[in-house]
Unconditional design. Structure first.
Length: 273
């Protein structure tokens, strides 16, 4: 799959509530083909203390306008710097990186996202829509501002929300939502992205019902191209780089993610500061 390094023009920097914001970025030439779940590495300029590029899922792609959108949460210096970027500025971006989700023809699809980790699921839902599939989408967070862009998700799927404090949607974790608890067996494919604990719970529930489940890992990343080895995860086939062999994996292929061993894996998720 073709990777490019582009200087992307910032068309818009918009708040998505709380510490979340979206960047609408225009490419200088036709976009490469991007699969939902793939990510990009963004160079943070004008801060000598931020050396490494920052990895972000690709939130949306519009081939007609030649733009991509990133949904970012401010977590540290790099993301804080990016939050202040202005319309007309340029961002140096390497993309698309990694392997994305498998696009299924199954009509009954569930997307489960947590917090800002929900980002790649919007583009995933749009691609499913193009195939005539309207997925069910379940998103959650601690409180309302931790569940960004709910209205955008409602446009592309039957969207349900859970918040731990009950300020939006049902009260509790996404895995405690009535759709998850009572209707999971209705689905033929599950895709999930977000905090590792949430994804493991989703993966275990899917495995118990023998529903194929793909998870998008958020391990710490630096180079994004398989060189630094800081993103390695354990799979049934040995160690694999999340940045090149993932970030999307079949949950049954990951060590420590199955029903018997779910508590043994201690890989951190993305520390995207
Ligand atoms: S981020 Fe460097 S090898 Fe994966």
């Amino acid at each position: 799959m073709r990777k490019v390094i582009h200087s992307l023009k910032v068309l818009e920097n918009k708040s998505a509530g709380g510490d979340n914001f979206t960047l609408l970025l225009e490419a200088p030439e036709p976009l490469p083909t991007i699969t939902p779940g793939q990510f990009c590495e963004v160079k943070v300029d004008n801060d000598p203390t931020v050396y490494l590029r920052r990895p972000f899922s690709i939130h949306n792609v519009d081939y007609k306008s030649n733009t991509i959108t990133l949904l970012i949460k401010v977590l540290g210096k790099g993301t804080a710097k990016l939050s202040g970027i202005k319309e007309g500025d340029a961002l140096n971006v390497v993309y698309p990186l990694g392997k994305g989700f498998t696009i299924s023809d199954e009509p009954k699809v569930l997307l489960v996202g947590g917090g800002c980790g929900v980002a790649p699921l919007l583009y995933m839902a749009r691609v499913l829509n193009e195939k005539g599939i309207r997925p069910t989408i379940l998103v959650g967070g601690r409180t309302t501002v931790d569940v960004p862009r709910v209205e955008a998700y409602k446009e592309v799927g039957e969207t349900h929300v859970a918040t731990e404090d009950g300020s939006l949607g049902e009260k509790g974790l996404v895995t405690q939502h009535s759709v998850f608890k009572s209707h999971l067996a209705d689905f033929k494919r599950i895709y999930t992205c977000g905090p590792e604990g949430m994804m493991k719970a989703v993966a275990k529930a899917a495995e118990a019902l023998e529903i194929p489940c793909e998870v998008s890992l958020e391990n710490t990343m630096a180079c994004g191209i398989g060189v630094c080895l800081c993103c390695v995860t354990e799979t049934k086939e040995g160690h694999k780089c999340v940045c090149t062999e993932g970030p999307v994996f079949d949950s049954t292929q990951l060590n420590g993610w199955n029903i018997d061993k779910a508590s043994t894996c201690s890989k951190p998720y993305l520390k995207n500061e």
